[in-house]
Write a protein that binds this ligand. Sequence first.
Ligand code: NZQ
Ligand code: ZN
Length: 388
Amino acid sequence: MNNFSYYNPTRILFGQGAIAKTAHYIPKNAKVLMLYGGGSIKRTGIYDQVKQALDGFTVLEFGGIEPNPDYATLMQAVQLAREEKVDFLLAVGGGSVIDGTKFIALAIPYTQSEPWDLLKTNAAQGLNEAVPFGTVLTIPGTASEMNYNLVISRRETGEKLSIKSEFAFPRFSALDPQVTYSLSAKQIRNGLVDAFMHVMEQYITYPIGAVVQDRLSESLMQSLIEIAPHAMEIDQPDYTARANFMWAAAMGLNSLVGRGVPQDWATHMIGHELTALYGLAHAESLAAVAPWLLWYKREQKGDKLVQLGMRVFGLISDDREALIEATIDALSTWFNSLGMPTTLTAYDFDPDEAAEAVAKRFDDRGWALGENADIHGSDAAAILRLSR
Ligand code: NZQ
Ligand code: ZN
């Protein structure tokens, strides 16, 4: 196991009634800016619950943060927060609103240069302050509610970039499984796949004797597989399944299972390009890349693929190659069983064109990704060409 430091200061308020408890963790007399997306919270009643919880605080609002939050939109919120001297932010939404709020929190006090530099250069590493914020999660999957990552898109330039900052941990996150009752099967499918892929990115590398991390990861993947059919029940939502889905997703990327182990993340990075270029939902982009990346890297990742196949998918075989192949098939079959496509041909663009475009972007940035830093532009292109 590698050396590591583990830090996660986010308080989780979990279960029914969690939203009402948020006010205890917002400083008294704070001027709060509540941030949300395209309006789902108004249809679902979450907006009213939050407003009730914030009774007594001065609350400003900023709505309209879009899926894959756009830099231009977020900068409007930064301007509002600066003008109004807001001192606490409350994100009410999914990964997009939460990531957007993280960016706003970092950007408000950042005046050294254009705030896009926080994503584009390593300016975020020099930060020494941010506006504190909490979150009310409305769609599980990204684990942004319990981590310090943010992924921001810029429509103007077709970019989608991610960073980490210790100032991007929420002070608290309210996780009430009942907020998921308004989600469609497609949204739940996306969350299940994203959560599963987060664990995979921290697991399918090479063995390093991290028994605890491996067993935790396997338990999270098994939990997601076990609860998926129940969590996908739309007409009569199953509280227990939704609660397990919500907690498994948060655990999948609160960085616990990734401490002290090699990590990959190439599927996510290739996927982000597909979202930026062609608008695929985040999880759709992952499912169209992962099986092919695993196939492309099956020798290097072989030991962990065998372990995944045996321990998570319950496969048995003396033939290592056959087991590796069966494991990748089992993953695709599981994604497909949720209604999630695993090839680029499901979408309306030319995979060859995508391969070239993504390769160029990787090469322009000098990227070498994966646990062995050996996935370059040409490898990303080869992986995308397999996805058909
Ligand atoms: O905008 P509204 O109207 O609220 O509708 C949203 C949005 O259209 C809707 N929604 C949310 N809660 C709902 C609901 N609809 C009905 N009922 C509810 N309770 O769902 C749509 C998608 O929301 P979004 O926040 O975009 O989804 P998700 O949570 O999947 O977030 C995706 C973003 O997170 C980034 C992705 O790249 C993408 O930008 N990620 C962030 C990560 C992180 N911070 O650690 C890691 C992930 O790998 C990921 O990259
Ligand atoms: Zn993800």
